[in-house]
Write a protein that binds this ligand. Structure first.
Ligand code: ATP
Ligand code: MG
Ligand code: MG
Ligand code: MG
Length: 580
């Protein structure tokens, strides 16, 4: 058999007619139905031959683009000792997300959620002077995170594959260059993966550090919300919207009700006052519980109160467990949806659509309403913008947010333009970490001047297994998967429609001819009805299929493009050259 030809009769594959019962998102349904992955436990999946082929293609593209910027591949274990993570504080900071275990001597271990510590220590061990820098290392490796809601198949696994790279520079300019190189490499690799990407400003989260951007794949199944200005191209994750205030700060420019002085510690009255100015037509109630001030709201006459926001004095952490005990599950979902937990971690300050204060600094709060969403602009003095938070989804029980426009008449954050909110899947994340990890773990280098200097780092992640699902989300249609050519498990799906021996012989010749040119061919040589074969070809999603059927008596075969559905007849002896 020619290399590059795989026979369906021998392929380890069983397709399913029904969606799996536990699947909520398209990619999960289709990848299971088409026999690419199988669930083992929540957020834990096995890959079957077709799935492995896509995964390997994604990895290959990621490797090629990393190698192209001079990054060198290494490989770390997933099973790691506690000590390095203790040194950086992340043994504690990661909380329940970290998979922890003990060895037979009762020593603590963890399954790596990300590897900054290990890379830093490796570089520390192998370098000494400025001559060894800059250096960029990467790995493609299995990561473990005990995600709270692993409900979207391989989009959010508890075990998943990530490409993580780390740059090590001696100067800030060097770090900026390494960051820029990664940014470009990411644009190229996501392009090759066939993913439409929106780059957004981001918060650096548990990583620490300063500059950070995310590569989001816009699609409804995404769990991140971002905003984008239609006119200026400005885009940011709602966790991290930063804006320039309108040019002049004359009082005429400022809609009256949109600037609020929040007291250093939110009080019930101050929170309700701001809430009322946000949503004037509602009833309010508030309570000072759990060391938090909670404001609830309802439409006049409605029975149910719903949580609008929670005020937390700046030096306190929110205790989600206690909060959960005090509010309804729908309200907790609303809070989680509002990225409550993450923002809590980042700002350690007030979260919620009704006021904000951070570490004792007084913030002015400029709330705006994107349909169903409260928008908070924070400034530490009038006109000096610091950050925004968008939270408090529409007050529906399920907390859904619609893509929505800023109400007419509201300034946008850049001072002009229309702002839209949308959902996206976080595909990549790049950070300028700075010296945090190098300091914690003592990574220094001897400079040309003989002085020791602390190394500055960047950290860069790509969701490799997540990409397989994200590509599905962006490309699949009602009939099944649709793979962009570079990631498809096979280039051509060749169907023998009938039982006729001449059809089989012609198909074998075509398959061998295509394989000869380097294409990967999936040959459907099964004893199944044409209907079953065509349905499977659509479900499996190869970019091009060829049907050898009745037309063969007239010397033609049919070529179908999966994406467009376009069909054409091609003379049988021209089909190989037509496809290459
Ligand atoms: P998310 O916001 O989706 O939880 P994250 O910000 O926690 O992701 P990072 O720590 O930035 O993730 O990790 C780098 C990349 O790894 C992410 O951009 C994403 O593509 C991927 N990734 C993170 N968590 C998961 C997961 N649970 N399953 C699959 N891929 C993931
Ligand atoms: Mg996460
Ligand atoms: Mg994230
Ligand atoms: Mg991230």
């Amino acid at each position: 058999m020619a290399r590059g030809v795989t026979r369906m009769s021998e392929l380890f594959l069983r397709t399913l007619r029904e969606d799996p019962a536990d699947a909520e998102v398209t990619s999960h349904k289709l990848l299971v139905r088409a026999g690419y992955v199988r669930r083992v436990a929540p957020g834990i999946y096995s890959w079957l031959p077709l799935g492995v082929r896509v995964l390997r293609n994604v990895e290959r593209i990621v490797r090629e683009e990393m190698d192209a910027i001079g990054a060198q591949e290494v490989h770390f274990p997933a099973l790691l000792p506690r000590e390095p993570y203790e040194a950086t504080g992340r043994w504690t900071e990661y909380g329940d997300t970290l998979f922890r275990l003990k060895d037979r001597k009762q020593a603590d271990y963890l399954l790596g959620p990300t590897h900054e510590e290990l890379f830093t220590l490796m570089v520390k061990g192998e370098t000494s002077s400025y001559r060894d820098f800059p250096v960029t290392l990467y790995q493609i490796q299995t990561k473990y995170r005990d995600e709270e809601r692993p409900r979207a198949g391989i989009l959010r696994g508890r075990e998943f594959t990530m490409k993580d790279s780390y740059s090590f520079d001696l100067t800030d300019e060097g770090l900026a260059d390494s960051y820029a190189a990664h940014r470009l490499a990411y644009q190229r690799l996501f392009d090759r993966l066939g993913l439409e990407i929106q780059i957004v400003s981001a918060m650096s989260g548990a990583m620490g550090g300063s500059a950070s951007e995310e590569f989001l794949a816009p699609c409804d199944a995404g769990e991140d919300t971002y905003v984008r200005c239609l006119e200026s191209g400005y885009a940011a994750n709602v966790e991290a919207v930063t804006t320039t205030p309108p040019p002049e700060q004359s009082t005429d420019d400022k809609p009256e009700a949109t600037v609020h002085d929040t007291p250093d510690t939110p009080t019930i009255d101050s929170l309700v006052a701001v809430a009322r100015s946000l949503f004037p037509d509602r009833d309010y109630t508030a309570a000072d519980t759990l060391k938090n001030v909670m404001v609830k709201t309802r439409l006049p006459g409605a029975d149910e109160w719903q949580l609008l926001g929670v005020g937390v004095p700046g030096d306190r952490e929110v205790d989600m467990k206690r909060l959960e005990a005090a509010v309804s599950p729908a309200e907790v979902a609303l809070l989680e949806d509002a990225d409550f937990a993450r923002n809590r971690f980042l700002t350690k300050g007030y979260i919620g659509p009704v006021g904000l204060q951070k570490n004792g600094v007084r913030f002015l709060v400029d709330p705006r309403i994107v349909t169903g969403t409260a928008w908070i602009t924070g400034a530490d003095e009038p006109g000096r913008h610091v950050f925004d938070l968008v939270c408090g989804r529409d007050f529906t029980p399920d907390g859904t947010i619609e893509a929505a426009e800023v109400r007419a008449g509201d300034p946008s954050p850049d001072g002009a333009g229309t702002l839209v909110a949308a959902r996206g899947i976080e595909m990549g994340h790049i950070f300028q970490l700075g010296r945090k990890y190098a300091q914690a773990l003592g990574l220094e280098a001897l400079g040309a001047d003989g002085k020791r200097t602390t190394v500055t780092m960047g950290s860069y992640g790509v969701g490799v297994s997540r990409a397989v699902a994200a590509i599905t989300e962006q490309h699949a249609d009602a009939k099944g998967l649709v793979w962009p050519r570079e990631v498809a498990p096979f280039d051509v799906h060749l169907v023998i429609a009938g039982k006729d021996e001449t059809q089989r012989a012609a198909a074998e010749t075509i398959a061998a001819g295509l394989a000869e040119t380097g294409l990967e061919v999936l040959l459907d040589d099964r004893k199944a009805s044409p209907g079953v074969k065509f349905a499977d070809a659509e479900l499996l999603g190869m970019p091009t299929s060829i049907t050898v059927g009745r037309g063969l008596v007239n010397g033609v075969v049919e070529v179908t493009e999966r994406r467009s559905g376009e069909r054409r007849e091609v003379p049988v002896d021209e089909v190989v050259s037509a496809l290459t």
